[in-house]
Write a new protein. Structure first.
Lengths: 205, 344
């Protein structure tokens, strides 16, 4: 089943590469010390690479949001209130026990439903909440002169930075889980193949 | 649910947008500190210093306190208006807010100056240096002026001593005031201290009085520095251009250009040198639980230096839990697979 159009695949691969660069350079800035100054990429290089990768991320994100508005891809992210929690629990139970008992996938992938409920909520939180917050707080850190003052007695820069690193951390965790759950397809590699070729292979095919 | 998610995201977006503004300084005080600072400022503003030598000093300020002065030329018998040499102008207001405000002019300068016209021989008067008063005095022992002097002698500035460089080039005895030690507004202190360097280093006409080097474009020279404007506003030149000496209040050993700090991690790290320089006087007061080098947060935020140990621990914990869950899941998948194969 052809599920991932070319623009989605291009966006996805750029996003993945840029995110990896941002994670590595972000960690380099936050955790290198005098003793390990060149650890990973080193602070000075990390700043330049982080800024450049962030710029690409923002452009790529705008491309993604516009693509979702203009194509039917956006509809895959719409969360229905109907059966929201029961569906989430069903999906969770499948991952935690059902799949080991040979149960069928409760929400098989179709052309109308690309994501299962757990995927959908995670993607919405990551792409429509965490990434915008990451970008806004990133701009605040890139241009500290426009950020700031105190917010309820706390420095705006600290809050902006904490927001940035927290979102960065959660998105890094998301990335780890995302990569792992991508091994849960028909075969461990089939979902990876899908995002490269555009064709999703399900158990029934 | 959609509405709930929408509300949450709007709230979070508002919080982050709320931190964007252009005014004010990012202080991070406790209530009592703020109150203390306000009281200090109020006292400063209401108490005007009155010098015991005000009347005598005024005789000097009459001419030396302004750009133009008037005197009666008895030889030609008329009043003459003349321009005061810029090096000889001492602004009264600046003098009375300086460290040496309690002195009379003739405490340091010859009594002969009280006569006008001043005798030509007075030009040969040997000027005091800092150590003449501050050296070998128990009252000033805690500031280690002798060590400051020995650091200055190792400094790149000392090489120009024969060309006219002296303590006074940076610490004008008529206007200099202690800044960082008594700082209530660190941003202003940084600006004041940097202006001392820029006085010569961004004014070629003054710079070339002591050096034959070509004019230096400071902005271009610091091109490599990311967020240059932010660095210039938030740290002093001496943070990178001096060698730290923990025995003296402020480092005085200006290093040659090639030895200046260029490694970002000197400041952007857990053991940031800023704690031994800019934040030296406050670093004993480690406010802000959980933040490394928390005192920096009072006036600024330094990536890499202000890590939060609680966030570090929480994130490490979450990371490990995720890895364990994935690991357990993998084990179950492997077991399940081998079971399925056996059954077949």
């Amino acid at each position: 089943m052809y599920l991932y159009p070319k623009w989605i695949r291009i966006w996805h691969v750029i996003n993945a590469l840029v995110f990896l660069i941002l994670i590595v350079t972000g960690l380099s800035m936050q955790y290198t010390d005098k003793e390990n100054a060149t650890y990973v990429v080193g602070f000075a290089k990390a700043v330049r690479m982080h800024n450049f990768a962030a710029l690409i991320l923002v452009i790529n994100y705008i491309f993604f949001v516009c693509g979702n508005f203009l194509s039917k891809n956006g509809s895959y992210y719409r969360i229905s209130r109907k059966n929201f929690m029961p569906d989430l629990i069903r999906q969770y139970k499948f991952y935690s026990s059902g799949m080991f008992k040979g149960e069928k996938h409760p929400f098989p992938v179709t052309e109308e439903r690309k994501f299962n409920p757990l995927q959908k909520i995670t993607y919405v939180l990551a792409l429509y909440v965490a990434v915008p917050l990451l970008i806004i707080s990133g701009i605040g850190l890139l241009l500290p002169e426009i950020t700031i003052t105190t917010i309820f007695g706390i420095s705006g820069l600290i809050l902006t930075d904490i927001l940035h690193i927290t979102m960065g951390f959660f998105l890094s965790i998301f990335m780890i889980i995302h990569i792992y759950t991508c091994t849960l397809g028909h075969k461990p590699t089939s979902l990876f193949r899908g995002i490269i070729t555009g064709y999703h292979v399900s158990e029934d095919e | 649910m959609k509405l709930f998610m929408f509300r949450i995201s709007i709230l979070l977006a508002l919080i982050s947008l709320f931190s964007f503004s252009s005014s004010g300084s990012p202080r991070f005080d406790t209530v009592s500190d703020t109150l203390k600072d306000t009281m200090k400022e109020t006292v400063k503003a209401t108490v005007v210093f009155v010098s015991p030598f005000a009347a005598a000093n005024d005789r000097c300020f009459k001419c030396h306190g302004q750009d133009k002065y008037t005197y009666t030329n008895e030889t030609i018998g008329r009043e003459i208006k003349d321009i005061m040499c810029s090096e000889r102008i001492i602004r009264k207001k600046e003098f009375y807010s300086s460290n040496h405000k309690s002195f009379g002019c003739t405490d340091c300068h010859s009594e002969e100056y009280t006569k006008f016209p001043h005798a030509g021989t007075l030009r040969m008067e040997q000027k005091y240096i800092c150590l003449d008063c501050h050296g070998g005095d128990a009252k000033f022992a805690k500031y280690h002026f002798e060590e400051i002097d020995s650091e200055y002698r190792k400094s790149t500035h000392f090489k120009m001593e024969n060309d006219g460089f002296s303590c006074w080039k940076c610490h004008n005895p008529h206007t200099y005031k202690i800044s960082v030690r008594n700082a209530t507004n660190l941003k202003e202190t940084i600006e004041y201290d940097n202006s001392i360097c820029l006085n010569c280093h961004s004014d070629y006409s003054r710079f070339q009085l002591l050096s034959d080097k070509a004019e230096i474009d400071l902005i271009k020279e610091h091109d490599w520095l990311p967020n240059q404007a932010s660095h210039f506003a938030n740290v002093r030149c001496i943070e990178c251009h001096t060698k730290i000496n923990n025995n003296i209040p402020v480092s005085h050993q200006i290093r040659p250009k090639a030895e200046a700090v260029r490694l970002c991690n000197e400041c952007h790290s857990q053991n940031s040198i800023l704690m031994a320089s800019l934040y030296k006087f406050e670093s004993k007061v480690q406010r802000r639980d959980g933040f490394f080098n928390g005192i920096i947060l009072n006036a600024s935020y330094v990536i890499g230096a202000n890590r939060n140990e609680y966030l570090n621990l929480i994130s490490l914990g979450i990371f490990l839990v995720v890895l364990i869950i994935i690991g357990v899941h993998i084990v179950f998948r492997i077991r399940n697979k081998s079971k399925t194969i056996k059954e077949k």
